[in-house]
Design a binder for this molecule. Sequence first.
Ligand SMILES: Nc1nc2c(ncn2[C@@H]2O[C@H](COP(=O)(O)OP(=O)(O)OP(=O)(O)O)[C@@H](O)[C@H]2O)c(=O)[nH]1
Ligand SMILES: [Zn+2]
Length: 351
Amino acid sequence: MIRRASDYDESDVRIRPSRRGSRPRSKDRPAHEDAVPGFVIGVDRGRYTVLVAKGAGGRDERGKPWPERTVTAMKARELGRKGIVVGDEVDLVGDTSGGPDGLARIVRLTERRSVLRRTADDTDPVERVIVANADQLVIVSALANPEPRPRMIDRCLVAAYDAGLDPLLVLTKADLADADAFLASYAPLDVRSVVTATGESGFEGLEALQEQLVDRISVFIGHSGVGKSTLVNGLVPDAQRATGVVNDYTGRGRHTSSSAVALRLPDRSGWVIDTPGVRSFGLAHVDLDRIIQHFPDLEPGTAECPRGCTHDEEECALDAWVASGRAGPAGSSRLESLRRLLRARSGEAAD
Ligand SMILES: Nc1nc2c(ncn2[C@@H]2O[C@H](COP(=O)(O)OP(=O)(O)OP(=O)(O)O)[C@@H](O)[C@H]2O)c(=O)[nH]1
Ligand SMILES: [Zn+2]
């Protein structure tokens, strides 16, 4: 059921045929039978850069199927205030040829499989969706220079669990400090991790990271200076040249905005979504149950908890559950880690 990122290279014009057919259609909604599906790879001041697959939209005047192309689009009025973000799957009408002056309209937004939200901050008091449909959250932290921020990492883990994304921890600058001690504190959480270092012997860990990205849509998050750009440039060598996918057909598709942007990995082996300027996630809405679901060894123990238990209070039944051995030998370190994450939900937004 999960569409893989590599599906976009097929000439199949319908990206998600099964759901599309079953969509209820109201009388007042225009049918848009001729709409063309696409994948939003960039957003810049009300203009969307949308990747449209080869063949989608029919044939050109010489009868050749349209090649893959990026199309500039605006949002149709009928979509109202609904935000459209990088990673969204949309339907387009109008000029979808990808020509230099063409402008298409987004008339439909496909139901999202995941949403990642950014925390409200001083400049914008509203929590906003920043990326849709991602599969994994790549949390980039340096082992030194700058020092790692464990609380920030914990907050990212909570955001990933809540958004339904698999977290992947990438620890950079291993040439400056050892990773083992730091990784030990994440061992009870079973988080996948990759350690990287740039140096005379090349870019260590880059291949291991590539393997973790295959056929997935991965959002990269990290504080300034941790080496995120170095990683993205290593993974997507032409990222500096062009943010987003450059349209072979028109040469367009470049932009330099500071919002999230989707970059295709070489060999179409997945997507990296870079989030410049995004420093933390909105956790105010996070549901406790969604975090605890990621601890299947502890979750059944909550049945004995008092109603409304925060699982971080004296009456919590999880202590007895762990003490009885029912969570296995790692139970107490798992419970400690769970509580650490629960505490990370509150606190400074940009911590
Ligand atoms: N020693 C060492 N330095 C690294 C490594 N990776 C990146 N750097 C350096 O760390 C500095 C910051 O790297 P960037 O890739 O610009 O970091 P960033 O996270 O993108 O930071 P912003 O550009 O501020 O968002 C640069 O001087 C890099 O050369 C590494 O593995 N080891
Ligand atoms: Zn409890």
